[in-house]
Every structure is written in structure tokens, then in C-alpha cells.
Ligand binder design. Structure first.
Ligand SMILES: C[S@@+](CC[C@H](N)C(=O)[O-])C[C@H]1O[C@@H](n2cnc3c(N)ncnc32)[C@H](O)[C@@H]1O
Length: 340
């Protein structure tokens, strides 16, 4: 039961607003009504209105995720568990061991406080194998790992359990796409479901973009995404190993080559240099020890240039993102002169 005032129905909404702005409306309960009157729950009496007792449905007060998390964890949530990735309508959590017993409660709280999230997963491994795919555990919501993700105006279908995907590279994709000039031929090695290729094609309509990818599931999504974004004829998804495809189709062809495989891209610098035409630009991604810094990444590039007999001009090196406390991901943008 709640205390309420009885107001004729046609004045109900105006009164509800007045009571709400003056803090008198008891928002813990829903208003109710009969044919003639609205019953507005109140915290105290209102002049000229008689207080009546009514059956009223209690509202579940909407709380934010952080607030609920603090209640579940029993201490300030700050520092215990701070971030999660959202890919489409899927949230991906990293749960520290000491919170594993509460992971389902945490996942439910995330579902309830964020209407756009339909699935909550926990990372169960790092990126594994040649295809760089992660394992996940279901925590809450619908049982699926497939979703649609939108970035820089590009829609992408993907399955997190079958392909590599990271929303954390969004800024980097935008940065590269801004550099592509009209008429360029761009080759994306290690293309995945196509995020770099599609974002480039979206920003630069007058570029021809090719993406080579080894994982058949990723290529299936890549092809679907080319269609989904109306990029047939401008973006081509190619299934295969860059080591085989580049000599066959791309020797001396590319104005720009992207190498987004930081774990082992240095092993493929020879293939990238083969694809880059004289004066072509290469974006090389790699992991280095934080203490060694950008110099370590540039050294890999300069050595590969020497091996290939190409003159290398480093244009820019920068940190893409921290990977672990001791490791950072670096991108080196460089021009490869000489060659064919
Ligand atoms: C780190 S992921 C990057 C995917 C994509 N560029 C993105 O940002 O989402 C690296 C990708 O390279 C692919 N790959 C690994 N070795 C390859 C090779 N030799 N030739 C072609 N693709 C390869 C993997 O299957 C994986 O999808």
C-alpha cells in the first residue's frame, strides 16, 4: 500500500509533473487509475488534496551498472573490474579470478542496466592459433556469439568465436583510412572480416581495396560485409595465405599495404615489400617491450628493407594501444623506395 492523492484524470499528467519537479511524487511506486481518477503516490500531504491509501505496484529503481557492481562486489568497483568491450549487442568481460563466483550476477547486472546488450560473454583465453581466435564462456542473455557491429558508418557481421575481431582498433582504422588518396590500390594483409578494408573503402570511394585472409569463416563474413555495405567491385575479399597470394597476384601492385598481425608481422615484411610498388607505403604493426619503445619496431623494418634491397623512409611510429603491462603495440608507417 502507498499514500496517494486522487486527481481527476484530465489533470493527472499536469499534476504528476508538478509533484515530480517539487520532489513530492513518490517515484518508488507506479501511479494507478480508475475510470475517473488518477492516484499519484506522494511522500507527504498536498494542500487541498485528501491523502488516500492505494494498492500500488512498486517500481524497481533503475541503477547504473557501476552502482550495481559496487553492491555485488561489496567494495568500490573502481580498480576491481573496470572495463568491458562491446561488439554489436555483445558485451565481453574479463573477470578477475577473485570475482569468478559472482560473474553471473555481474553479467545479469550488465544486461539489466544496458538495454542494448543482449549477450554477455567472458574471455576464456587470449587470441590463439594462426587465425587469432579467442574462446568464450556464456554468462548471461542469448546463447550466441554472432552479431552486427557498426564502425565509421560500416556495418559488419561477425562471429566472435570463429574470427578475430577487436573494437579497440577503431581509431587506428579511421587514422589509416584518412591517409588513403583517390586512385590508390590498397592491399590489406591479414584482413579478418574486413574492418580495415571496409572503413578505407567507405572513406575513400575512389580506391580499390583488396583483403587477403587465411581463415575461411572470416572470409565468409568479409564477403557478406562487402555486400552489406554495397562495396562490390570496390573491395575484394581473397581467401588464402599472403605468402602464396602476393607473389601470384600482387607483386609491385600496391600503393599501400597494411599488416595488422602484430604477433608475427615481421615474418611477412618481405611479402609486404614485394607487394608495395616503388614509393609505396606500408603500415607495419608489431608488439615490442615497453622499455624498448618505438625504436625496436623501426629496427625490424630497417633490417627487412636491407634484406630486400629497398630504401626505407620511416614516416611515423606510434603506440596503437597498450597490450599488457610490459608490452605495447606499435605501428610504423614507412615508404619503401626502390623496387619494381
Ligand atoms: C590480428 S587478426 C587481424 C584481423 C583484421 N585485420 C582485424 O583488424 O580485425 C590477423 C588475421 O590474420 C589472419 N592470418 C594469419 N596468418 C595469415 C596468412 N599467412 N595469410 C593470410 N591471413 C593470415 C588470421 O586468420 C587473422 O584473421
Amino acid at each position: 500500500m502507498a499514500k496517494a492523492i486522487r486527481v481527476p484524470r484530465k489533470k493527472g499528467e499536469e499534476m504528476r509533473r508538478k509533484l515530480s519537479s517539487s520532489g513530492i511524487l513518490d517515484e518508488e511506486y507506479f501511479p494507478s487509475h480508475d475510470e475517473k481518477y488518477v492516484y499519484l503516490p506522494v511522500k507527504k500531504s498536498v494542500p487541498r488534496y485528501k491523502l488516500v491509501e492505494v494498492e500500488a505496484r512498486k517500481r524497481e529503481l533503475r541503477k547504473g551498472f557501476k552502482e550495481m557492481l559496487a553492491e555485488i562486489v561489496g567494495e568500490s568497483a573502481e580498480g576491481v573490474f573496470s572495463s568491458y568491450d562491446i561488439v554489436g549487442d555483445i558485451a565481453v568481460l574479463e573477470i578477475p579470478d577473485n570475482l569468478r563466483a559472482k560473474e553471473n550476477e555481474i553479467a545479469d547486472a550488465l544486461l539489466r542496466t544496458n538495454g542494448n546488450i543482449k549477450v554477455v560473454l567472458r574471455k576464456e583465453s587470449g587470441m590463439e592459433g594462426e587465425y587469432r581466435v579467442r574462446r568464450f564462456a556464456f554468462l548471461a542473455g542469448e546463447k550466441r556469439t554472432e552479431t552486427t557491429y557498426v564502425e565509421h558508418g560500416v556495418r559488419m557481421r561477425l562471429d566472435l568465436a570463429k574470427v578475430y575481431f577487436s573494437p579497440r582498433l577503431s581509431h587506428e582504422r579511421g587514422r589509416i583510412a584518412e591517409k588513403v588518396k583517390p586512385g590508390e590500390t590498397v592491399l590489406v594483409m591479414f584482413a579478418g572480416v574486413g574492418p580495415f578494408a571496409l572503413v578505407i573503402a567507405r572513406k575513400q570511394r575512389d580506391a580499390k581495396v583488396y583483403g587477403i585472409e587465411l581463415n575461411p569463416d572470416a572470409v565468409k563474413y568479409f564477403e557478406e560485409n562487402v555486400k552489406l555495405n554495397g562495396m562490390d567491385g570496390r573491395v575484394e575479399a581473397i581467401l588464402g595465405d599472403v605468402r602464396k597470394i602476393i607473389p601470384e597476384r600482387f607483386a609491385g601492385v600496391a600503393d599501400r599495404v597494411l599488416m595488422p598481425l602484430p604477433k608475427s608481422a615481421e615474418d611477412f615484411l618481405d611479402a609486404a615489400l614485394l607487394a608495395a610498388k616503388k614509393g609505396g607505403i606500408i603500415h607495419f604493426y608489431t608488439f615490442v617491450n615497453r622499455k624498448d619503445g618505438k625504436g625496436a619496431a623501426e629496427k625490424k623494418v630497417l633490417e627487412a628493407g636491407k634484406r630486400a634491397g629497398r630504401k626505407i623512409q620511416i614516416l611515423e611510429s606510434r603506440e596503437v594501444r597498450p597490450f599488457s603491462p610490459s608490452t605495447v603495440q606499435i605501428v610504423v608507417d614507412f615508404r619503401a623506395d626502390g623496387g619494381t
